[in-house]
Design a protein around this ligand. Sequence first.
Ligand code: 3PG
Length: 212
Amino acid sequence: QSVRIREICALAPVIPVLVIEDAAWAVPLAQALVAGGLPVLEVTLRTPDALAAITAMAAVPGAVVGAGTVLNAQDARRAAAAGARFAVSPGLTPTLAAACTDSALPLLPGVATASEAMAAQEAGFDALKFFPAGPAGGAGYLKALAGPLPALGFCPTGGVSAQNATAYLSLPNVLCVGGSWVAPEAMMCAGDWAGIEALARQAAELGAAEPG
Ligand code: 3PG
């Protein structure tokens, strides 16, 4: 499971975290993000249209679409049925892990402490979401985990921005970062897909600027 998640995290430095209020946004939004250099897309299961959006976006060439805010077995099953290729959760429970395994849905589970990271590792996960990254301690906290937990790779999410993403991406234990800043609600409501493509292009270059 984690091997596949690591492959997905290696595709781009930033995973856009998307809250899609209208399924009609799905295709132009995915096209804009892919064109800007961000092919990995996390659609949060927080809106009624999220599952329909996942299905629509999964058909966009180049897009690797996953479901975010996957909280339980039902979410995992629905996400897999909608065509999600991976799942992201803010935390990890044994039930959720089992449901993702049963659905063959690679899971990026959230952790915020060393103990949670160790428990996730015991459960077979070595690629983890660090959530909520900013409030939980930011890049300094994550850097401190690299010494004792060198086998773990993280995708920090929650409070990550164009301004602070580089601080995370320069850490050896960061695989990529996640964030909502590349798809602001106001731009989606306005249908400003060119503007979102430009934000995506800037975000994609964050990783390119990083040595190693
Ligand atoms: C989330 O699940 O909402 C993500 O953590 C996104 O956080 P952000 O809005 O701070 O990027």
